[in-house]
Design a protein around this ligand. Sequence first.
Ligand SMILES: CC(C)(COP(=O)(O)OP(=O)(O)OC[C@H]1O[C@@H](n2cnc3c(N)ncnc32)[C@H](O)[C@@H]1OP(=O)(O)O)[C@@H](O)C(=O)NCCC(=O)NCCS
Length: 195
Amino acid sequence: MATSYPSELVQALTLRDGTRVVVRPIRPEDRQIEQEFVQRLSDESRYFRFMSALRELNEAMLSRFTQIDYDREMALIAVVSENGLETEIGVARYVVNADGVSCEFAVAVADAWQHRGVGSILIRNLVEVARARGLQVMEGIVLAGNHKMLGLMNALGFSIRSEPGDAGAKHVAKQLNASPAALPRTSASIAADVN
Ligand SMILES: CC(C)(COP(=O)(O)OP(=O)(O)OC[C@H]1O[C@@H](n2cnc3c(N)ncnc32)[C@H](O)[C@@H]1OP(=O)(O)O)[C@@H](O)C(=O)NCCC(=O)NCCS
C-alpha cells in the first residue's frame, strides 16, 4: 500500500542541451508511461536493466513499479511534456534491503535520451533521497559488459568490485554519509554538476 506522495521531491530542471525535464517520484497513475518507457527501450538497454529478455512489464511488475511504498522504496522518473502529454525518459529506483540500512538500486534512460546527463541526475537525486532518509549504503549489480554504466558509476564515486563466483557481473556500491541539509538540491546546483 503506497504511503503519501513525497511531493517535496518533485523538481523541474533544465538539461545542458536546454531541454526542460521534471524529475519526480513515480505515482500509481504512471502505469502507462512506465510501460511505454520499457517497451521503447532497445533490446540492449532492456537487457542491461532487467538482465533478462523481457520485452514489457507484466501487470504484477507494473503494479510493483508504480504503486510503491515511499517509506521503503523510491522511484524517481524523469519526464518531458509536450502538448500536456508526459513522456517518461528515465527512471532510477531503490528498494531498502532487509537490513534496513542499505538499499539496492537500478536505473535506465531511454536510448534517445542517453548521454545528456539524465542518468547522472537521476542517480545523484536518488542518492540524496536515500541519504536524507538515513540509509548508509546504496548498492547494485551491473553486468560486466555494461561499460557505460560502469563508467558512470566510477564518475559518481561508486566502488566497483567483482561478484565472487560470477565473472559476468559487478557489484557497485556507494557509502552515503548522512548530511541532513542535502535535500532537495536546487536545479541550478544539479545542472552545474552535470555540465
Ligand atoms: C547507463 C545509463 C543509465 C546512463 O544514462 P545516461 O543518461 O546516458 O547517462 P549520463 O548522460 O548522465 O552519463 C553518461 C556520463 O557518464 C560519464 N561516463 C560514462 N562513461 C564513462 C566512463 N567510461 N568514464 C568516465 N565517465 C563516464 C560521462 O560523463 C558520460 O557523459 P557522456 O555520455 O556525455 O559521455 C544508460 O546508458 C542506460 O539506461 N543504459 C541501459 C540500462 C542500464 O544499463 N542500466 C544500468 C543497470 S541497473
